[in-house]
Design a protein around this ligand. Structure first.
Ligand code: UTP
Length: 227
């Protein structure tokens, strides 16, 4: 069984590194692997604080900033965070960090870690491609939000949390266009492909490891299912 987790950079490195989170996350994954040694995990790591801060710096420095350049800066932040996650996994992860989700060797270890690939989308899309490649039945998208809302709860007092939503409805919420560093629950490019291949995505809070345990164990959980 292969489980793909899109591990938001906001969880691993909201500003600096969240060391306690990573320690607890490694222990949690280790416990699942001890219970079932046939299980495999793929973590696709986002850029988080470094991506956001470095992209903002570039935009401030260059009034004619280009989206593609901004994306490359974000990609490098995802690679930095992914290299850290890979190292944190120790002997559980024996393969190099994946940077092209379309060219991946068969899994040899218990854990595979991937980072950003190329401009035009986020690591959410890389996670979807890896789920397709390894026939995972879902992508677990961990970020700093507990559920998808009908609107941005920070700006709209009428925003309501959603437990379950179809891809058509979800795509109407997030739109079709990619904006570098854009903060949406699941990237529009990744959403389009997920709908096409019939993939299920679970959006949940990354900080809540008890909840993640429930998702991984197939129990009830707090989050939003998109399919
Ligand atoms: P992410 O958007 O995936 O990381 O990558 P994040 O900001 O941590 O996202 P959450 O927390 O999962 O929402 C950071 C930036 O890197 C570039 C994009 O600009 C993206 O916003 N990127 C990443 C790419 O251009 N291509 C990729 O394949 C991955």
């Amino acid at each position: 069984m292969v489980t793909v987790i899109s591990l938001g950079g906001s969880i691993v490195a909201p500003d600096g590194v969240d060391v306690q989170f990573l320690k607890d996350f490694v222990l949690l994954i280790r416990s699942f692997l001890e219970a079932d040694s046939n299980r495999r995990f793929i973590f696709v790591v986002g850029g988080g604080g470094p991506a956001r801060r470095w992209i903002n710096a570039y935009r401030e420095i260059n009034a004619q900033s280009k989206d593609e350049e901004a994306d490359w800066i974000g990609i490098m932040a995802t690679r930095l965070n992914a290299q850290l996650v890979k190292a944190a996994m120790g002997e559980l992860c024996t393969q190099e960090v994946v940077i092209n989700p379309c060219q991946v060797d068969p899994l040899t270890g218990h854990v595979l870690v991937a980072a950003g690939w190329k401009p035009g989308f986020s690591t959410d899309y890389d996670a979807v491609l890896l789920a397709e490649r390894f026939q995972a039945d879902a992508v677990i998208n961990l970020s700093n939000i507990e559920k998808v809302y009908t609107a941005d709860p920070k700006t709209d007092p009428n925003a309501r949390p959603i437990d379950k939503i179809s891809w058509a409805e979800f795509r109407a919420l997030v739109g079709d266009d990619w904006v570098p560093g854009k903060n949406v629950p699941f990237d529009p490019v990744a959403s389009r492909h997920s709908e096409k291949i019939g993939l299920k995505v679970i959006c949940a809070s990354g900080k809540n490891l008890e909840n993640l345990k429930n998702i991984l164990a197939g129990n009830d959980f707090v989050g939003t299912v998109i399919n």
